[in-house]
Design a protein around this ligand. Structure first.
Ligand SMILES: [Zn+2]
Length: 153
C-alpha cells in the first residue's frame, strides 16, 4: 500500500458527485460518437443528416404538437407518403412526376413538383442535412404546408 504522500498517489481534493457524473457522461458520449462514426453502413440515412450524436438544440420557434411529430418523421425519412406501403403491403411508392422512388430526399431536394415551394419556404437545397437540420423547423413546416403534404407526413 502506498503512502498518501507518495508522488505516485493521485489525490483528488474536492471531487464531487457531479464531477464524477460529468466525467462519466463525457466518456459515454465520446464512446457513443466513436461507435456512430465506425458504423460500416455508409448509407446510414440518419448519420448523413445527423453526423454527431450530441442533442440538437430545441427549435427556435414554438411548434404545434403535429409539427413536433412531423419534423422527426421527415428527418428519419419515415413518413406516411413514403412508408405507408409497408402497412398496406403494396409496392414502394413512386413519384407521379418523375417516376422515381418517392423519398423525403426527393421531395425536399429533387422533385420539380415542389420547385416553387422550396424557395418560398427558404429550404436550403444544398443537402438533406441542410434542408431538415436544426434551426430549419419553421422552414420545414412552411414547405410541407406549401407543398400540400401536411396530411401525408
Ligand atoms: Zn418527383
Amino acid at each position: 500500500m502506498k503512502a498518501a504522500n507518495s508522488p505516485d498517489t493521485k489525490i483528488y481534493p474536492h471531487v464531487t458527485y457531479d464531477d464524477v457524473i460529468h466525467a462519466l457522461k463525457t466518456k459515454l458520449y465520446t464512446l457513443w460518437q466513436n461507435q456512430w462514426e465506425k458504423q460500416s453502413n455508409q448509407n446510414n440515412k440518419l448519420r448523413q443528416i445527423k453526423p454527431i450524436t450530441k442533442k440538437w438544440p430545441d427549435p427556435p420557434v414554438k411548434l404545434t404538437r403535429h409539427e413536433e411529430i412531423m419534423i422527426p418523421r421527415l428527418r428519419i425519412g419515415r413518413t406516411r407518403i413514403t412508408h405507408s406501403y409497408l402497412m398496406r403491403r403494396e409496392l414502394k411508392p413512386r413519384c407521379e412526376t418523375c417516376n422515381c422512388e418517392l423519398t423525403v430526399n426527393h421531395i425536399f431536394l429533387e422533385c420539380p413538383t415542389y420547385n416553387n415551394a422550396r424557395p418560398k419556404a427558404n429550404i436550403n437545397t444544398s443537402s438533406l442535412k441542410d434542408a431538415v437540420g436544426p434551426g430549419q423547423e419553421k422552414n420545414i413546416v412552411n414547405f410541407i404546408k406549401m407543398a400540400n403534404l401536411t396530411t401525408n407526413i
